[in-house]
Design a protein around this ligand. Sequence first.
Ligand code: HH2
Length: 382
Amino acid sequence: MGPVLRISGRGALSIALHGLTSGQATAIRGLITPDKGAGPGPALSCSPAAQQNTSLSSSPELLLSGAPGRLKDLTRRMASQRGFPAGLADTIESLLDNYLRSDYKIECRGKALDLGSRTHVMGILNATPDSFSDGGRFAAADRALAHAREMAAAGADIIDIGGESTRPGAAPVTEEEELRRIIPLIERLSAELTVPISVDTYKSSVARKALEAGASIINDISGLRFSPDMAKVAADFGAAVVIMHIKGTPRDMQQNPVYTDVVGEVTAYLEEGIELAVRAGVDREKIMVDPGIGFGKNLEHNLTILNRLDEFKSLGRPIVLGTSRKKFIGTILDIPAPEQRVDGTAATVALGIERGAAIVRVHDVARMAQVARMTDAILKTK
Ligand code: HH2
């Protein structure tokens, strides 16, 4: 296995280097020791990574830590030396650049998202009879339309329309039924609202018709995997896409999900999804990623992903986070009724933004838009 990088930490960043020879590890130590790196911020340090972070699947040889500027400086010194694996310095440098990037602008078929300006809120519209938290409330078209308008007025930057519940154990619905639920809503709302409409589907046939009806984002809980031509549909329409991680299918995903390194495995899945999309012709700048809270994850997996959300920034794409009213919040707070998990959701939204979420997907738009604005204000003030 070649070098594998993991990036983590706050203030000082940490990069785990796997698969180095002992000679290469010694050479890196040699580059660090003389002056600990120049520039402001935490000095460079280097330690056996396994002792630092036992959650990593295989023991990395080295954990490099330090201020981003100093790490970049180190990569320049590595690049000018012989004996390191080809491309290692460049890979570390691009991970650092990705991690630090936040100026994302996404063009959504004529409607733009300026994600660098503030955290964006994606309002959930479930046109379903059986969604886990609001099933049946917006199944009738007039109520769905009214709710979408309310969410837009309350600060939603995207309206995410779904016609099939993907709650654990949910049975699939037919394409015809899914279309019947969502297409009239997409036609009306895309014409009426200034904010982009995303379609929450894993079926490429549904996505195609939704895009024809005026949607501009495909939000695919399978990360473009369940329908082989989903990426091609996105490319054909110039749509933006949310690539979400799932382990298994909605029907079986919560039956004892197991990971050796949940953050590493989710990152690899998302990275493959990005490359799959780009190969099909999707503009990389239109891709968003989502670790898929609750999709083949137990309580500890969900909490680990939230606590280490910033590591997904190394993918170089904006992070969408969907925690709203989910079961793990109910488990921690002992609240069985999803609609009473709003305060718990607020905690995940604030922390998720601090850890790098660019878009939060929520049911309670007015309240979470306030949480996002407040969190943004604190983070902007040094
Ligand atoms: N969660 C759900 C559905 N779609 N999409 C993204 N990108 N991220 C998520 O976390 C996510 C999602 C499940 O929530 P909900 O839509 O409220 O429920 P249901 O699937 O029961 O309709």
